[in-house]
Every structure is written in C-alpha cells, then in structure tokens.
Design a protein. Structure first.
Length: 325
C-alpha cells in the first residue's frame, strides 16, 4: 500500500480521528501544523501530497512551497480563504464539502428569524433583569402572511424555504445562477435583488463571498428595505457592510438583525455589539456533532479519491483535475 503525507493547516475539531480513519485506507499519515501561521503550515505541507484546510488563509506564496501537493481539500463549503488561481496554476485541485451542514445552517437561519420576530433573547433578558411586562416587547407581528427573501438559492436556502413555509411565510428568492425550474419546483418566486429588498419582511443571506457580493448589503441596500424588516446572515460576514448596518439601525431604517457571521471574528469593537435588536451567534450555524463528523469524512474522502487517481466529487477548479488524476 502506498504511503502518503496529508498536512492539516488548522483544526477546530476536538479530534481528527474521523479524517484519520478515512485516510488510513491509503496508508496516509496525518500531520497537523503546530500553529495556523503561514510559516508553520508550509513546514507541515512542504513534503505533503495533500492539504486539509479549515479557516487558515492559503496564499499563492504558500502554494508555491508545496511542490508535492495534488489536492487542497477544505473542511467547509466556501473556499474564499484559498487562492484558487494559484492552486490551478500549480496543478492542484481544490475541493469543498457543499452539503455537510445544510440541515444545521437552515435550522439556524429559521431559529434566528423566529428569535428576532418573537424578540425571544430580548424578552428573556428583560425577565432575568427583573422586568415581567408585555409592554417591553411591543410590537410583535404575526409570521403568517409575511414575506421572507432569500439571497442565494443553493442547497441551504432550498431547505430554509419549506421550513419557513410551515409558519405560513411566503418565500421569494434572488439567485441569478440558479435555473428557473429549481424555483418552480420549490414553489418559490424568483425576483431580482431590488424587488427582494423592497418586498421582504425578512431577508436571509445565503450567497457565497465573491468580489461582487462583498458589502452587497450597504447603505443603498438598506435604504431599499422596509423599516420594519429584519436581516439574517448565516453566510459570510463581509457580505454585510457592518458600519452601514449600524447606521441603518441607528436611523430606524431597519428593525433588527441576526448574524452568525461577522466581517471580523471575533467582532471586537463592532458597532453592532450591545444592541437589544441585534442577535449575534459565534459562527456556530454549521455545528452539530453529526455535521462535524460528516465534514471530516467527506473532505478526507476527496483526498483519498485524488491520491488514488480518481476525480474528486466537488472540485472548485475542475480544469486542474486532468492534471492531478
């Protein structure tokens, strides 16, 4: 059996045993960088056949120092922390796991929506602070008959839609890359971005972080939203202009927001901290014990496939596959 070295740039997992078990099929040794710095990652990956990545930024300069590497497999859905063009130029295929936490994130998005609309964290804080009064939470509006706008209509928002509909919420979505028949099958109205902003009572973000989506929610976007609307973000922090959101909340141009992701994590000195109408969770929407196992197994399986001469299931740069397998 061939022996391979698989480096791990960084890890948030309590154990890497699920990935290690999968990689044992090809006799691969797992080597975790001593710390998630570029220098330590390069030391761990310099002689590696593959690299598993969580949150560490993998730059072109780092990739140039990994001459044996054939695959960079991300423990996650997005790959904005990996220099894809540099990997492609080096003949390295980059993969992701697009379906490991779709239940968890869609549940979290709906939970944040319910918590915002029903003012649950605020109500709880009031009671714990000694105040027992309905007047503290006035007004609260009925969910049934309201409109949820989904920005992005991939796997996760396609699961959000039926969960929201169960509460009598009408769902619309904006995604220029999804075919019309997907919307039709889901019973979701396809709208443009401006229509979504103007017509939605709640807006939930599910798009990837791309140059065109960075700061997509800016002053202009917030001006188009209803002053009674709520914003939910379980996608990527930089999609929302943090200062613009603070300005909108200060001006009463938005009713509130619930964020699982922030432009800077942790959000030190964020203008959104300490607000009664803002819920912030610490980037945990992906998490369940089961999803963490799924994530490790699926990311490691991509490594096994590529090192074994097979095409990966979810390549980000398919043009690199032919040069890799």
């Amino acid at each position: 059996m061939s022996s391979y070295l698989v480096a791990v740039s960084d890890s948030v997992f309590p154990t890497l045993d699920p990935a290690r078990k999968v990689l044992s099929r090809i006799g691969a040794e797992l080597q975790l960088a001593q710390e998630p710095t570029p220098e330590a990652i390069v030391r761990a990956a310099a002689a590696a056949d593959a690299l598993l990545v969580t949150y560490a930024k993998i730059t072109a300069e780092m990739i140039q120092q990994m001459p044996r590497c054939r695959i960079i497999s991300r423990f996650g859905i997005g790959v904005d922390n990996v220099d894809i063009p540099a990997a492609t130029d080096a003949g390295i295929v980059v993969t992701r796991v697009p379906d490991y936490c779709i239940d968890e994130v869609s549940d979290h998005a709906v939970a944040l929506l319910l918590a915002l609309v029903r003012k649950i964290p605020f109500s709880s804080a009031q009671v714990h602070g000694g105040q027992w009064a309905m007047s503290a939470v006035v007004p609260i509006h009925r969910l049934r008959g309201s409109v949820l706008g989904l920005v992005g209509f991939g796997r996760i928002p396609q699961l959000v839609a039926p969960k929201a509909k169960a509460f009598g919420v009408r769902v619309v979505a904006f995604d220029p890359y999804v075919q019309p028949e997907i919307f039709t099958r889901a019973g979701v109205e396809r709208v443009d971005f401006s229509q979504l902003l103007k017509g939605s009572d709640y807006v939930s973000i599910h798009s990837p972080l791309l140059p065109e989506t960075k700061d997509l929610f800016n002053d202009e976007a917030f001006r188009q939203m209803k002053p009674t609307a709520y914003l939910i973000n379980t996608a990527r922090g930089p999609i929302v202009d943090e200062a613009a959101l603070a300005r909108a909340l200060d001006a009463g141009a938005l009713a509130g927001a619930a964020l699982d992701v922030m432009p800077r994590e942790p959000p030190v000195d964020s203008p959104l901290l300490g607000r009664a109408n803002v819920i912030i969770t610490p980037h945990t929407s992906f998490y369940s014990e089961e999803s963490l196992v799924d994530l490790q197994v699926k990311a490691a399986e991509e490594v096994v496939r590529v090192l074994g001469g097979q095409a990966p299931w979810n390549p980000v740069n398919p043009e690199a596959v032919q040069r890799t397998v």
